[in-house]
Design a protein around this ligand. Structure first.
Ligand SMILES: [Zn+2]
Length: 195
């Protein structure tokens, strides 16, 4: 889900180039939110006490659950906040109010920065495109990056050698993929299960 009001625009895209970032590119997505705007969780998860550093200012890091293959899930930061709502260690639902936006940390004006990492700590270059989480709806499967869908599909192929012979895959192939699980099945079919 969008982490702010629907009418707030994207002001800086994922991987936009710029000299203001140590990596030379933007590690998340920015929304133009004025001071005091509500900030919402993009997906179900747990508010954590984790910090990714002072550049993010007042920020929540949310543990957004596990991947379908059991690996630790995605962690998202909601940065430059004015104040946080909620307590570390408690569960939140997609769309739940978690704070109010502002301009704290390394920030040139009020906005909301969201960023996804596949582990609890900030690791240079490992950030993922937040768009699947922004686009997700409450009735969707867990959002996943394209990289992880590929990886999980390959794990499925390794463990279920005859997956593509099953009727499930045929059914999935008849419709355009809509959710993570159907996309995984589609890729399992496309990449083949033998070899
Ligand atoms: Zn940003």
């Amino acid at each position: 889900m969008k982490p702010c009001r629907d009418d707030r625009p994207v002001t800086c895209k994922f991987k936009q180039k710029g000299s203001s970032w140590a990596t030379g590119e933007h590690s998340g997505v920015d929304f133009g939110t004025p001071t005091g705007d509500p900030v919402y969780a993009m997906w179900d998860g747990v508010l954590t006490g984790t910090s990714w550093g002072s550049a993010y200012g007042t920020a929540w890091v949310i543990d957004h659950d596990r991947l379908p293959d059991g690996r630790a899930g995605y962690w998202a930061v909601y940065a430059h906040l004015k104040s946080k709502v909620g307590k570390a260690g408690t569960r939140v639902k997609a769309g739940q109010l978690i704070g109010y936006s502002n301009n704290t940390g390394n920030s040139t004006g009020p906005h909301l920065h969201v960023e996804i990492q596949p582990q609890p700590t900030w690791v240079k270059g490992s950030y993922r495109n937040p768009q699947p989480w922004i686009d997700a709806r409450k009735d969707d499967d867990m959002p996943l990056s394209d990289d992880d869908i590929e990886r999980i599909a390959q794990a499925v192929n390794r463990t279920l050698g005859d997956w593509t012979a099953s009727g499930d895959v045929q059914d999935a192939a008849d419709d355009p993929p809509k959710t993570a699980s159907t996309r995984i099945r589609q890729i399992a079919k496309d990449t083949g299960s033998r070899g």
